[in-house]
Design a protein around this ligand. Sequence first.
Ligand code: AMP
Length: 216
Amino acid sequence: MNIIFLGAPGAGKGTQSKRLEERYGLVQISTGDMLRAEVARGSDIGKQAKSLMDAGRLVPDELIIAMLKSRIEQPDCVKGFILDGFPRTTGQAEALDTMLKADNKKIDVVLFLDVDEDVLADRISGRFTCAQCGATYNEVSNPPKKEGECDACGSHEFKRRADDRRETVVERLKEYRKLTAPILPFYEKTGRLYKINGMLPAAEVTAQIEAVMAGQ
Ligand code: AMP
């Protein structure tokens, strides 16, 4: 089963796709995480992407499509994958369908996490992750059970993303509105799009997603 998570920055794609990965044994692929790893390594891709990411802009389609293609060709993707943060433009959505078709594969389900825009900026500016294990938290909606200590691994070190600053978030939301939101009709047309109410607490969002999955 191949799944796409769509939604604005801060809609909960990362949190929910990790839960789905554990539950169904699929591979979660976050193009944002892949790019951050390239930036950290100082690779050519990382160098090309860094300034755009820091400015809250999307990186060029050619670069991201090539990166995604080589990732989904890896053997661990054979049983299925969950795309988190891809596609983000109509060009990417079309390229994805073409590359899957060539391999006799397809996207089975597109989960759209629908969240009101006015809550996104607050959600993003409150989020942080464990520097050791990557567990995700939010100051308001999902703090660690014991302040300053990761629930999952006990670490006391946390980090925030550079592009989660408010000024950058405004740009990221603009890019979402202009380039990513227009791809919703592309998937709606083919009956693969499921709208999920992303305003509810995370556990209730997961329950809605599981209900969709149960119907597949
Ligand atoms: P994310 O972690 O998904 O929020 O992505 C962080 C940043 O990486 C985005 O703001 C973009 O600059 C870049 N990025 C991630 N995925 C894509 C994509 N599919 N297309 C273009 N840029 C992307």
